[in-house]
Ligand binder design. Structure first.
Ligand code: NDP
Length: 236
């Protein structure tokens, strides 16, 4: 349980981030979400931030600290896709995805870690994807950004592990959100045939795992990649 903890979820206005924020609110945490548009769920503080911009992240986190106190749990969830095959992928397609998914995690975790170091307690949770380690044709930019998060969490574990701070990666498979709704029906059906569970997950099934990683019960887990993928990537 994260009752009373100050939690920040990036991209908490919709999809997986919103479900994660709702779960922490239900547990009695003090929850802020960052959003470029829209609002977080009931009971959260919404602040504007673009994770590709360090200044914007700094201003948002300063506001959260003023309103809720020092940040104890950070969930780097904001992410984008720009899928296309390698030969058609532009520099911009590659750079923007890496700048958001991997660079965004760097900016928010760097900013949040200051307070965690002072408190000698913290939870860093990076939302990756099954695709990071499994690979996916047409997603070289996305898979690179998501596997980069693994090296990130493991290096952070070595840097900050002795200060009561854990850093873990949660790797969802296919989850029912705007991101997967955008896939053609036939593609969705084909994916489902390859998932041992035979279905996509709800965002809440990811939220349950994230909230557990933030709890005291998970204090001795760090540098781990935790799959929430219905068995799709097992063994990778
Ligand atoms: P959505 O597309 O539903 O939501 C993406 C979120 O990221 C939105 O809140 C969006 O804000 C935010 N975001 C995007 N770019 C930026 C930016 N530059 N600065 C700040 N916020 C930004 O995605 P999902 O909920 O599906 O995915 C959430 C995370 O989970 C992502 O990292 C994704 O890669 C990962 N994931 C998703 C899977 C799935 O099946 N859906 C599977 C595996 C991983 P805004 O609304 O303002 O655009």
């Amino acid at each position: 349980m994260s009752s009373g903890r100050v939690v920040v979820v990036t991209g908490g206005n919709r999809g997986i981030g919103r479900a994660i924020a709702e779960r922490f609110v239900a547990q009695g945490a003090k929850v802020a979400v960052t959003a470029r548009s829209g609002e977080g769920p009931a009971g959260t503080l919404t602040v504007r931030a673009d994770v590709t911009d360090a200044k914007s992240v700094d201003l948002a986190f300063a506001e959260i600290e003023r309103e809720l106190g020092p940040i104890e749990v950070v969930v780097a969830n904001a992410g984008i896709t720009k899928d296309t095959l390698l030969l058609r992928m532009s520099e911009e397609d590659f750079d923007s995805v890496v700048a958001t998914n991997l660079g965004g995690a760097f900016r928010v975790v760097k900013r949040a870690s200051k307070g965690m170091l002072k408190a000698r307690w913290g939870r860093v949770i990076l939302i990756s994807s099954v695709v990071g380690l499994y690979g996916s044709a047409g997603q070289i930019n996305y898979a690179s950004s998501k596997s980069g998060l693994v090296g990130f969490a493991r290096s952070l574990t070595r840097e900050l592990g002795s200060r009561g701070i854990t850093a873990n990666v949660v790797a969802p498979g296919f989850i029912e959100t705007d991101m997967t709704a955008a896939l053609p029906d036939e593609t969705q059906a084909e994916y489902k045939r390859n998932i041992p569970a035979g279905r996509f997950a709800t965002a809440d099934e990811v939220a349950g795992v994230v909230s557990w990683i933030a709890s005291d019960d998970a204090a001795y887990i760090s540098g781990a990649v935790i799959p929430v993928d219905g068995g799709l990537g097992m063994g990778h």
